[in-house]
Design a protein around this ligand. Structure first.
Ligand code: AMP
Length: 308
């Protein structure tokens, strides 16, 4: 059983979709990553920060799933990061209405001593200096370092982002961000350019159109499962990252072949995440449901062609 260290926001989210609206609910990249990773046999921990307005019941939801939260700092008198978003009718695009960094604004991560030798480190979407600080605290080079980022950091902290991505193995990024990062329209060319920047593996997420994995001249594609109901896409990217990193931490095999399986596990779990608001679906998810849907994925992509 490998150890997985997760760094990312822990938040209050308020979400509006064409189907309804929530008040402040549990959100942030780290809970989505952690809940997805808890489907695998790994020992995982979250490094993050919240204010003392954050309910103990939300922290208990994480510890109930064996996620170590000793690295979540609770700032006395502080307020938890708050994000509010509204989705358009097609659910593919959203507007961020509010981002209140609060305690996340001057967050200094502290890696718990028991996780300084983690096998896999999953750096969620945060300031690149925060991501770098976590890498620097590791006792030895982890087997695999995965980093997620977004256009906000490319716009505002390009130099710091370039420094941290030199030190990682896998980057997960969406298609628009890959194009922005490289000024290439072709995702094949974009992935090749990103590999020159540092990460040997590039995962490009295309939302409801699946995900691509690039490594040297190898390419693998996983579709997203066509779903009847998509309710709230919030956290799908983080859930994908949690499934990807959790599976690799469990198996300890970081070959390209095994990463293909990791992509499928990530896509599979993300397909559940979007079925209800926030973390709701991930919190009730059962193993048999996960396994049944994995078989659907297999059937979706399997065919027999014989060349004559
Ligand atoms: P995703 O839908 O995968 O892009 O992730 C959504 C989650 O990211 C939400 O739960 C938010 O709380 C969190 N989030 C939004 N903006 C930021 C930000 N600037 N830094 C860290 N986390 C964020």
């Amino acid at each position: 059983m490998g150890k997985l260290l997760i760094v990312g926001s822990v938040a209050f989210d308020a979400i509006e979709t064409p189907f309804g609206k929530t008040g402040k609910i549990l959100g942030g990249a780290a809970p989505f990553i952690g809940l997805a990773a808890s489907q695998f046999k790994t020992k995982s921990a979250i490094v993050s920060v919240v204010g003392d307005d954050f309910p103990q019941a939300y922290l208990d939801l994480l510890t109930d799933r064996n996620i170590d939260i000793s690295g979540i700092e609770v700032v006395k008198g502080g307020k938890t990061f708050f994000w509010q978003g509204k989705y358009h009718n097609d659910l593919n695009s959203r507007d961020t209405l509010v981002t209140e960094l609060n305690t996340l604004g001057d967050f200094t991560p502290v890696v718990p001593s028991d996780f300084k030798n983690a096998d896999v480190v999953m750096l969620g979407n945060l300031h690149p200096n925060t991501q770098m600080s976590v890498i620097n605290q590791m006792e030895e080079r982890p087997k695999l370092i995965i980093l997620d980022t977004m256009n906000f950091w490319m716009d505002n902290t390009w130099d710091e982002l370039m420094e941290v991505i030199k030190k990682i193995d896998v980057i997960t990024i969406n298609d628009e961000e890959a194009r922005q990062m490289t000024k290439e329209y072709s995702l094949v060319k974009a992935a090749a350019k990103i590999q020159e920047m540092g990460p040997k593996y590039v995962v490009i997420k295309k939302g409801e159109h699946g995900a691509l994995l690039f490594h040297k001249e190898n390419i693998f594609f996983a579709p997203a499962l066509p779903l009847e109901e998509v309710f709230d896409p919030t956290g799908a990217g983080d859930t994908f990252a949690g499934g990807f990193s959790g599976y690799l931490a469990e198996t300890g095999n970081i070959s390209f072949e095994n990463m293909k399986n990791a992509i499928i596990h990530g896509s599979n779990l993300a397909s559940f995440c979007v079925e209800k608001f926030g973390t709701e679906r991930m919190l009730e998810l059962q193993k048999h449901e996960v396994e049944a849907r994995l078989m659907q994925f297999r059937d979706l992509t399997q065919f027999n062609i014989e060349l004559t």
